[in-house]
Design a protein around this ligand. Structure first.
Ligand code: 5GP
Ligand code: MG
Length: 195
């Protein structure tokens, strides 16, 4: 296989902290535990998983396969909501760019997101999906930055609490880079040192 040695790739990699913050194995173990907990809490064999694009695509793909062991009728839909541009700061506003298409009326819904930060995205998405007729709504995030919360919101299921660093990998990006990494790491910026 051709090695990626061009200068563009070199400068991109130098932005990253060398040590993973959360390894691939840690993510996989936690995903198994989360699926077990979700399946034992949700009193139904049916659920609609709503994956928040793009960041949650990888976590959703792993979680849904673990859940399939316990639940037989899982529907999958996607919603694309944006509160971040190509920067590490939230714009504060949530724009729904692509909405769900499955009929949610009365159904048990599990929103799966990559990370909760200020809490704006998940609190607004929950209201939006309730307005679309969803029944019980649960939320699951891989990562939580509790110190950054601006609205009161506690996800039902959290993979890992993390400090206030801008993280990438396992679906999460920095200006559309690094989504394909199989682990979570930090972007190194002067004000965002990953310790
Ligand atoms: P919130 O609305 O809770 O402030 O932010 C939620 C969204 O912001 C996440 O779904 C994610 O897209 C983005 N976000 C928040 N913190 C980070 C981070 O550390 N890294 C990346 N890549 N995205 C983040
Ligand atoms: Mg997101």
């Amino acid at each position: 296989m051709k090695e990626n040695t061009d200068s563009c790739q070199d400068s991109a990699v130098s932005e990253l902290n060398e040590e993973p913050l959360i390894s691939e194995i840690e993510i996989q173990h936690r995903t198994v535990e989360l699926a077990r907990r979700i399946a034992s809490d949700i009193n139904s064999d049916e659920i609609v998983i709503i994956s928040v694009l793009k960041g949650a695509f990888m976590f959703t793909a792993d979680l849904i396969r673990r859940l399939a062991k316990y639940m037989h009728y899982i529907q999958l839909d996607f919603i694309r909501a944006k509160s971040y541009g190509d920067s590490t700061k939230s714009s504060g506003n949530l724009i729904i760019e692509t909405d769900t298409t499955i009929d949610l009326a009365g159904k048990c819904v599990l929103i799966v997101d990559d990370i909760i930060d200020t809490g704006n995205t998940l609190s607004k998405l929950t209201v939006h999906l309730r307005d679309k007729g969803a029944g019980e709504i649960k939320t699951c995030v891989l990562l939580d930055k509790p110190s950054r919360r601006e609205v009161v919101f506690k996800p039902d299921y959290v993979g890992f609490d993390i400090p206030n660093h801008f993280v990438v990998g396992y679906g999460l990006d920095f200006a559309e880079k690094y989504r394909s990494l199989p682990y979570i790491t930090c972007v190194q910026e002067s004000e965002n040192e990953c310790k």
